[in-house]
Design a protein around this ligand. Structure first.
Ligand code: 5GP
Length: 201
């Protein structure tokens, strides 16, 4: 059995990343890595499911004991991926998905040579702003901050392996699945199969 693949997914807020990933995660070949964070839980978030909610001391202890695959400070809080589960699930053959911001993604790119980085883009900044307004949950000030943050994050897309544009959801999900499929079909992962075919020839 091949080791599962490692997919790193980043997107500015409002790009529909959550909706795309919930489609992908319907397939049980995938495991969504639960991050640790020091931010407070939002309404409806469950400890151990949405995030592992830690104190700053607990988080820093994990960093110093080399327990984090990557971590970053984002909006005054720590966010990070605990190492243990990622490796365990990959060894079980699951494709692991990290949904993380750009600084963390750059650390994974540096430390895990086989990681596949996917950046989800809005079709335009104007469309992103329109979607954030349509949600109707945020004030103008918060929307302006999110748009500014998106403009800061989008240049990092150049450093990713793939870009998926979320213009129309169904197309974005298909494109995302096509990326996964292309990665799974790399010849390097078919080595055992090729040998097996030859052995039985
Ligand atoms: P939120 O507070 O809205 O849940 O997440 C804020 C940002 O932190 C999002 O861009 C999210 O992708 C990112 N994030 C979530 N978990 C991790 C993580 O484990 N590591 C890093 N580097 N970023 C994360």
């Amino acid at each position: 059995m091949n080791k599962g693949l490692l997919f790193v997914v980043s997107a500015p807020s409002g790009c529909g990343k959550g909706t795309i990933l919930s489609e992908i995660l319907k397939d049980d070949r995938f495991y969504y890595s639960v991050s640790s964070t020091t931010r407070s839980p939002r309404e409806g978030e469950i400890n151990g499911v949405s995030y592992n909610f830690l104190t700053k001391e607990q988080f820093e202890e994990l960093i110093s004991s080399d327990g984090m695959l990557e971590y970053a400070q984002y909006c005054d809080n720590y966010y990070g991926t605990p190492k243990e589960m990622v490796e365990k699930k990959r060894l079980e053959g699951k494709n692991v998905i990290l949904e993380i911001e750009v600084q963390g993604a750059m650390q994974v790119k540096k430390n895990c040579s086989d990681a596949v980085l996917i950046f989800i883009m809005p079709p335009s900044v104007a469309e992103l702003e329109r979607r954030l307004r349509k949600r109707g949950t945020e004030t103008d000030d918060v929307i302006a901050k999110r748009v500014a943050k998106a403009v800061e994050e989008i240049p990092f897309a150049h450093k990713y392996d793939y870009v998926v544009v979320n213009g129309e959801l169904e197309k974005a999900v298909d494109d995302f699945k096509a990326v996964i499929s292309a990665e799974e079909h790399k010849a390097v992962y078919a080595r055992d199969f090729i040998d097996e075919v030859l052995e039985n020839a």
